[in-house]
Design a protein around this ligand. Structure first.
Ligand code: ADP
Ligand code: MG
Length: 366
């Protein structure tokens, strides 16, 4: 008789343990399946005369909001500092005064100019931010609808040359009168890098920044192994040439298909060869993958100037960079680095673009 209360106590204990057990299981499943990370998007915004989009992954929505605003603010800040269209920018101040006197500049502008000079030397002068006078000459040619004369081309060339750009401590000085800096081929990449930095600092664990088709990704996307980034097809507005798997890397594309100076019905690329003052002609599009957007941006322009063979050799020689380009004459013959294969996304060939993807695949299998 004395055992009865004991038995019912044991039964109650078993029931209680069973409830706790089930509760723990349910809680465990909830914890496993609950999204650990939220994803936020800036939507399409405008900056640097083009469109941009920032994606942020973080534990909470409020961190995403903060990281997106921090990233976007950086894009706006760098644009305000380095735009040659804005008369009040620090770059414009340099362009107006640096021949007369040394101009003190921000850490950021000095970093950009130092990097620019380094890559000018590395590319044998193909990439050169002192290209301003040549860019101006062609803008003028477009307005007047008259091709620049030989003399005008030579005069512009005399004001170009990275060795004429004097950087000392935190000051900039021009060696020749009439020099003008143009950061059109580097500022976008630099701004993307600064935006990524700001997003990480604000607590984002992953995401990407896309400005006008130049992109840098960081961390892993929440549900997939890789960020999938499309390279624009120069042949079609908004079309994707092929897609790449891109984690913690940057991609920049230079091409003659969207921006050009039209003179006498002929399209002249907005990318100029500093050695001739002429517009480049050999490549329709050049996409470079690098560890930073600054380097990708620079190298895409440099290769556009250097041309396919030497350009490929230069990129093959630089560590952690890859390249895919479309020559102007034979658009079906994609040229690329050997190691690009690791980035090519075969799981999602975009509809309608299988031929180019297949072409690339065939070339890689050769
Ligand atoms: P996008 O602006 O389409 O990204 P790029 O990154 O190649 O293209 O930048 C091209 C811009 O860079 C031009 O519009 C001009 O302002 C500037 N530029 C042109 N030629 C050169 C050059 N050889 N080196 C450095 N900058 C250049
Ligand atoms: Mg670029």
């Amino acid at each position: 008789m004395a055992e009865i209360p004991d038995k019912s106590f044991k039964r109650q204990l078993h029931v209680l343990l069973a409830i706790i057990f089930v509760a723990v299981i349910i809680l465990g499943i909830r914890l496993i399946t609950a999204p650990k990370h939220k994803t936020g998007s800036s939507g399409t915004r405008e900056v640097m005369g083009t469109f941009c989009r920032l994606i942020s992954v973080a534990p909470t929505n409020s961190i995403n909001d903060a990281s997106i605003e921090a990233g976007y603010s950086e894009l706006v800040r760098i644009d305000a500092m380095m735009s040659d269209y804005k008369p009040e920018s620090q770059l414009s101040e340099v362009n107006t005064n640096a021949f007369k006197e040394s101009v003190t500049v921000s850490i950021e502008l000095m970093e950009v100019l130092t990097t620019a000079k380094k890559y000018s030397a590395l590319s044998d002068g193909a990439f050169d931010v002192t290209i301003g006078p040549v860019v101006d000459l062609w803008r003028e040619a477009k307005k007047k609808n008259a091709i620049p004369t030989k003399q005008q081309l030579a005069e512009a060339k005399a004001k170009v040359g990275y060795e004429k750009l004097i950087l000392e401590n935190n000051t900039v000085r021009f060696a020749v009168e009439g020099m003008r800096l143009d950061l059109g081929a580097i500022a976008k990449g630099y701004a993307i890098d600064k935006a990524v930095e700001a997003m990480k600092l604000a607590g984002a664990t992953a995401g990407f920044v896309d400005v006008g088709g130049d992109v840098r990704t960081f961390g892993k996307p929440p549900t997939k192994k890789h960020w999938i980034i499309g390279i624009q097809d120069p042949a079609s507005e908004g079309g994707i040439l092929l897609t790449l798997k891109l984690n913690d890397m940057a991609l920049a594309t230079s091409g003659d298909y969207r921006r050009y100076d039209e003179v006498k019905g002929k399209k002249h690329s907005h990318i100029k060869d500093p050695s001739t003052s002429q517009s480049v002609t050999k490549l329709t599009s050049v996409s470079v993958i690098a560890q930073t957007a600054t380097i990708a941006d620079i190298l895409a322009t440099a290769v556009s100037v250097i041309g396919p063979e030497k350009g490929l050799a230069m990129i093959e020689a630089i560590e952690n960079t890859d390249l895919i380009m479309i020559p102007a004459d034979q658009q079906q013959d994609l040229i690329h680095t050997k190691t690009i294969r690791k980035y090519v996304d075969n799981t999602q060939p975009p509809a309608g673009y299988t031929t180019v993807s297949q072409l690339l695949k065939q070339q890689q299998e050769k």
